[in-house]
Design a binder for this molecule. Structure first.
Ligand SMILES: Cc1cc2nc3c(=O)[nH]c(=O)nc-3n(C[C@H](O)[C@H](O)[C@H](O)COP(=O)(O)OP(=O)(O)OC[C@H]3O[C@@H](n4cnc5c(N)ncnc54)[C@H](O)[C@@H]3O)c2cc1C
Length: 433
């Protein structure tokens, strides 16, 4: 049996994780898949702020042999404090991600770019090892993308837009994020409105210089009228402070418009965020001033991707491309890691029976994805009211909930139930650190 030829589109979290897990399959090196990883960006993308690794995600990084490295690179956030406009903490919840449930700060908080780099380096190291043993390993292509994709049952035929080359693969994996071009090419653009569902939440992630007098190891969270939230979070390894500003808003079409890929510049996005947050109070003036100068700005329109099936013939979606749950879920990175493991494991189990492998991937992932995407938008809107008196009322409510510890019960419900967290044993090698 010839090794499978697999193209992975996207090299962020899901893409390099899948490449690594594929190389950990229990086959001789010469039988392991021949992998190509294609990334549209010309260089390695370092942008992005804090992401969480939760529940089964912790097992995935252990399997990849990167647990210590990830822990050593974590942001060091102790928990969340809600603060008043003059920066007095009035409620707090410590980090925790165990049987007590999922609190806002998980046990593993890391910068997206740092995690992505660790995963990429691990995939390269595994590729080198497989090549030394006579296998093909991984070919990385940066700065290109597909502009044609067709399948005939036996192969997927693709055309690379920049290099102009045409190639055929046994399987194409779209790990190219929420705006996945792979998804649009394989499923068609017509159904995108059904598949990609905006939640009406818009915001921006970026980092600013740390101000030691106020920027502690706690995440500070300030919410104000107009359903606006400002957060400052520590990143101890870089000695910077990360910011996340968002608003819940279904009235202003500009918020969605500036998020549409390619139609607007970072300048327009920053100008709109400035307009919404400059007068928000607390440290908003400092945050907005620094935001205008930063170049690691990442605008986000929170959208969930919902699909009845994640594969079509020999094209399959992984991570945000197939089942984005949004940063509100706190599970996007975990979904990408767990999805990569289940897809690689299923392919290892069924060999060249790709259809059977994709069925198994679907079965393993569906319950966890369904739970992760259940983000309780109504509760989220309630916690971030429109009016000033609404904010006053919710503040009292949160204070009561944290003081009586009733809030911990809510976090218990947020944790995916045990039956969705089953880690199937496919016989993949666990990498020693
Ligand atoms: C630059 C960046 C910053 C982010 N910042 C945050 C953050 O601060 N907080 C947060 O919670 N989440 C953030 N995210 C999202 C987070 O990484 C994902 O929700 C999650 O980790 C799942 O990852 P993923 O690999 O499935 O998708 P993504 O992380 O979205 O990765 C998709 C990858 O595919 C590439 N790509 C896109 N289109 C193509 C194409 N046509 N051809 C080839 N490659 C393509 C992208 O450049 C990217 O590298 C960020 C994502 C990116 C890309």
């Amino acid at each position: 049996m010839a090794p499978l030829e697999i193209l992975i589109v996207g090299c962020s979290i899901a893409g390099p994780s899948l490449a690594s897990f594929l190389l950990l399959a229990p086959q001789p090196a010469s039988q392991k898949p021949r992998i190509t990883v294609l990334e549209r960006s010309s260089g390695f993308r370092t942008q992005g702020q804090n992401v969480d690794i939760r529940s089964v995600g912790a097992q995935m990084i252990r399997k990849l042999g990167i647990e210590k490295e990830v822990h050593a690179s974590s942001t060091g956030e102790k928990g969340v404090q809600w603060v008043t406009s003059d920066n007095r903490p009035w409620a707090s919840i410590e980090a925790g991600d165990d049987d007590k449930g999922h609190t806002p700060t998980s046990d593993i908080e890391i910068m997206r770019g740092r995690l992505s780099r660790i995963l990429y380096e691990k995939s390269k190291a595994l590729s080198d090892r497989v090549q030394q043993q006579g296998g093909a390993g991984i070919e990385y292509i940066f700065g290109d993308h597909l502009d044609e994709l067709d399948q005939d049952g036996a192969k997927v035929h693709v055309h690379f837009a920049k290099s102009g080359s045409r190639r055929a693969f046994d399987l194409v994996v779209g790990a190219d994020g929420v705006q996945s071009l792979t998804r649009r090419m394989a499923w068609g653009v017509e159904g995108e409105r059904e598949r990609v569902r905006p939640l009406g939440v818009y915001g921006a992630f970026f980092s600013i210089p740390r101000r030691p007098e106020t920027d502690t190891e706690w995440r500070r969270c300030y919410h104000t009228a107009g359903r606006r939230v400002l957060m400052l979070r520590p990143d101890m390894p870089s000695n910077r402070t990360t910011a996340f500003l968002y608003t819940i808003n279904d009235k202003d079409p500009r918020l969605a418009q500036v998020g549409i890929d390619g139609r607007s510049s970072m300048g327009e996005q920053k100008a709109l965020i400035k307009e919404y947050f400059e007068d928000a109070g607390w440290e908003s003036q400092r945050i907005v001033r620094e935001m205008m100068a930063t170049d690691d700005f990442y605008y986000v329109s929170m959208e969930q991707v919902k699909m009845d099936r994640w594969s079509k013939g020999r094209v399959v979606l992984l991570g945000d491309a197939g089942y984005c749950a949004t940063p509100m879920s706190g599970l996007g990175t975990t979904l990408a890691l767990f999805g990569a493991y289940n897809l690689a494991g299923s392919l290892a189990r069924y060999g060249d029976d790709v259809a059977a492998a994709l069925d198994e991937y679907e079965t393993r992932m569906r319950p966890f994805v369904t739970k992760a995407q259940d983000v309780k938008l109504g509760l989220f809107r309630f916690m971030n009211p429109e009016s000033a008196w609404g904010v006053w009322l919710v503040d009292r409510f949160i204070r009561f909930m944290t003081w009586t510890r009733i809030i911990n019960l809510l976090f218990l419900f947020k944790k995916p139930p045990k039956e969705t967290e089953v880690v199937e044993d496919y016989g993949l090698e666990t990498v020693k650190e």
